[in-house]
Ligand binder design. Structure first.
Ligand SMILES: [Cu+2]
Length: 431
């Protein structure tokens, strides 16, 4: 590749070549030898009645001392896997990104110790919780910051139930951009029974392809969009048996983005915000719930349709992993002419992307530690989704908490190629 650095040719520098998405034939051939990406293998979401599951995450353990529930959060650097192939040097709590979910019951007295093992001062704000002002965790305003090596103690009584969040309130842009955040789920005293109780925390990251350190200074161009710190295909499925009552608590602590979360195949009601429960008369049916940053929404529905149902943010750029962003527009370009022109400068380069990101065989040569934009081969074809995407798997015969695999649609119920007889019968004329 005389004269042109390979990375520049592939467009990652954003500078050299305006020509677009190129892939080396050699690299493509190597990729083709790999088996198609396996369906995501992740820890299945365990769902116990009355206990919330944080798919891909964890719940914070506690002990009880003198009737008070004692929790301990440790803020520290964490090496985190967003999805197979993408690891970040992040900040998290208790070895996790994001921090484990704090679960309690309305009326509980809690004491939370916070140890700072970061290189910077921090605090924790208990977002949405009604508590004494001095426990609110706003650095400088309601308390001194927790210096590196120090352990602070917070204490309050939960006087409300619902879904809340925790995050630093000191240099939020940096510390939340590095991953410091978690969920708080407080159950009502007389818990309404649901069969499946899930909690998701939405967040956005900038991880430049080929690097491992999230860039908290990014303001607009987020390229890793996550649910519980994971992007598809790293997101585990949410499971339900047909007829199960399902609750999904969704929090959003993204730096700059709101997320309209859309569920396929079902209609749900929004039953709670972080401000409290919504009376039945004030709820309305929806298929998409907008979760603004800094808020939570809880949805409830009956999983009454078996299948593999997408659950995802409806902002299309939030369904792409790193490599889907910031590429030149190749749609409609004459691939052959472009190939001839570019081939002179970069002999082993191959033009791709003229039919979009879902073009068959669309693979790019990528730097180390980078995930493709649409890496999964599903049961029927490639799944061109990444980012803030998970699958609700509803099955008649679901047993335990193991991923049941892909859904097999009943015979004759899958969209397919139309036959000539059908076209003729229904008067469809093809020019
Ligand atoms: Cu979104």
């Amino acid at each position: 590749m005389s004269g042109i650095n390979r990375r520049q040719a592939l467009g990652f520098s954003g500078a050299a070549l305006a020509a677009g998405v190129l892939v080396s034939r050699e690299a493509l051939a190597q990729h083709e030898h790999h088996a198609p990406a396996a369906p995501p293998v992740a820890t299945p979401a365990k769902s116990v009645r009355g206990r919330v599951a944080t798919p891909g995450g964890d719940t914070l353990a506690f002990r009880t001392v003198g009737g008070v529930k004692i929790f301990h959060l440790v803020a520290e650097p964490v090496t985190h896997s967003f999805a197979p192939g993408l690891t970040g040097q992040c900040w998290g709590y208790n070895g996790r990104v994001h921090g484990p979910t704090i679960e309690a019951v309305e009326g509980d007295r809690v004491r939370v110790y916070v140890t700072n093992r970061l290189s910077a001062p921090t605090t924790i704000h208990w977002h949405g919780i009604i508590l004494p002002n001095g426990m609110d965790g706003v650095g400088g305003l309601t308390q001194p910051t927790i210096k590196p090596g120090e352990t602070f103690v917070y204490e309050w009584t939960f006087r409300q139930h619902g879904t809340f969040m925790y995050h630093p309130h000191h240099d939020e842009m940096t510390q939340m951009g590095m991953g410091l955040m978690g969920l708080i789920v407080v159950h009502p005293r007389a818990a309404k029974a649901v069969d499946r109780d899930y909690a998701l925390l939405l967040s956005t990251w900038k991880v430049t392809p080929g690097t491992t350190r999230p860039d908290p200074n990014e303001m607009t161009d987020f390229n890793v969009l996550t649910m519980n710190g994971l992007c598809y295909p790293g997101t585990p499925p949410l499971l339900a048996r047909t007829g199960d009552r399902v609750r999904i608590c969704i929090g959003n602590l993204s730096a700059m983005d709101h997320h309209p979360i859309h569920l396929h195949g079902h209609s749900f009601r929004v039953t709670e915000t972080d401000g409290g429960s919504i009376p039945a008369a004030g709820q309305w049916p929806e298929t998409t719930v907008l979760v603004p940053t800094g808020s939570t929404r809880t949805i409830e529905f009956t999983a009454d349709h078996p299948g593999d149902w997408a659950l995802h943010c409806h902002m299309t750029h939030h369904l792409m992993n790193q490599m889907g962003h910031g590429l030149p527009n190749m749609i409609g370009a004459d691939a052959e002419r472009l190939q001839a022109a570019i081939g002179k400068a970069v002999p082993d380069a191959m033009v791709m992307g003229t039919a979009g990101m879902g073009e068959p065989g669309m693979r790019m040569e990528m730097p180390e530690n980078t995930i493709a934009m649409a890496p999964v081969v599903g049961p029927h074809d490639a799944i061109t989704m990444g980012g803030m995407f998970a699958i609700l798997k509803v099955r008649d015969d679901l047993v335990g908490s193991d991923d049941p695999g892909w859904y097999t649609q009943p015979r004759g119920s899958v969209s397919r190629l139309a036959t000539g007889a059908e076209l003729e019968r229904d008067g469809i004329e093809l020019a």
